[in-house]
Design a protein. Structure first.
Lengths: 183, 147
């Protein structure tokens, strides 16, 4: 009797410890948390200002496009090259000045994500006169090009694209490159 | 040693550290599914068609068990879930490093390195040890002794 009197008794009873003494109970609890978490994520996304579709839009099989903030569109490698040839867009390199100097798309200006204000200020004329803006960074998993595009969108009314496959794809496709700290 | 590991204070510390780490790492990601999807893409272990879904669900899948651990509700189940996730992260990080890919992990910025490296694997291994302690000797502030 004295022994049972000293046993812990959960204040919230079942929520704290029910089923937590057996392996099955623990696994059922984990599954319940998993379901609640997934549901919370889906509901939050439904009402988020940065809502994304549950599944990516169907595109060409060899071109993946990840979700982008509102007002920013993806530009596939072929279209990026076409825009480069036609001079129909200003390319913005979101990488560091060192990476930019080692090689970049000819004509691209450098606006590093870590120094956006200075970079954007010094290239404001070009941003204003460009028919469209295309940002890029090393590859698809970097967020810098999207970040720079998102911030350009706040100061420019021009169509803004992200060349998601970025510098690595440009090099892999053996497109023209130039070196140095000038466009 | 076992006495120290099984002590309720050790349990509380492990629970708060593990839960706090996951809550801290995820609360800013909750409404940025697009960024999370891009981070997950970097690991190249999920089919592109499932990236959006993963980006939507993952932050919540880490935050809710973390919050449950902080509060002390279903500590064993929450720790089991987080331990499993950490094991997956370690496997994914090892794959990325074997392939020689350099990517951001988006884990605990700005406290430690934000890149997938040995430090990340070491940190996740320590967190798994915390999860194991909680699974073995669960504690909760909500439990009290009979008067």
């Amino acid at each position: 009797m004295a022994e049972s009197a000293s046993k812990p008794r959960p204040l919230l009873g079942p929520l704290v410890s029910a089923g937590q003494q057996t392996v099955a109970g623990v696994l059922i609890g984990s599954l319940a948390i998993l379901i609640v978490s997934a549901t919370a994520g889906l509901i939050a996304n439904r009402f988020s200002p940065r809502r994304i579709p549950l599944f990516p839009a169907v595109r060409a099989r060899d071109v993946i496009s990840l979700p982008l903030p509102p007002g920013i569109r993806s530009m596939a490698p072929q279209k990026a090259y076409a825009a480069f040839q036609a001079h129909s867009a200003l390319f913005v390199d979101a990488r560091s000045p060192d990476e930019y100097a080692q090689g970049h798309i000819p004509g691209a200006i450098n606006i590093p994500v870590n120094d956006f204000e200075n970079g954007a200020l010094s290239h404001m004329d070009q941003l204003d006169s460009a028919p469209a803006v295309v940002t890029y960074c090393p590859s698809m998993e970097c967020w810098d090009a999207v970040d720079v595009a998102d911030r350009i969108r706040e100061v420019s009314q021009k169509p803004i694209y992200v060349f998601e496959q970025g510098w690595e794809a440009w090099q892999a496709d053996k497109r023209p490159v130039t070196k140095g700290d000038q466009p | 040693m076992k006495r120290l590991l099984s002590h309720p204070i050790t349990g509380h510390i492990c629970r708060l550290l593990l839960g706090g780490a996951f809550v801290y790492a995820n609360w800013t990601k909750l409404f940025h599914a697009d960024e999370v999807a891009r981070l997950i893409y970097g690991y190249r272990i999920i089919h592109p068609d499932l990236l959006n879904l993963a980006g939507i669900i993952f932050p919540w899948l880490e935050l809710i068990p973390g919050a449950l651990l902080l509060i002390g509700i279903l500590p064993r189940s929450a720790a089991t879930l987080l331990g499993g996730l950490l094991a997956v992260f370690i496997g994914a990080a090892a794959l990325v490093m074997m392939r020689g890919i350099q990517i951001k992990c988006g884990c605990f910025l700005p406290l430690v390195s934000d890149h997938v490296d040995w430090l990340m694997i070491l940190r996740n291994s320590i967190l798994i040890l915390l999860a194991l302690q909680i699974i073995a000797w669960p504690t909760s502030f909500l439990a009290r002794r009979r008067p």
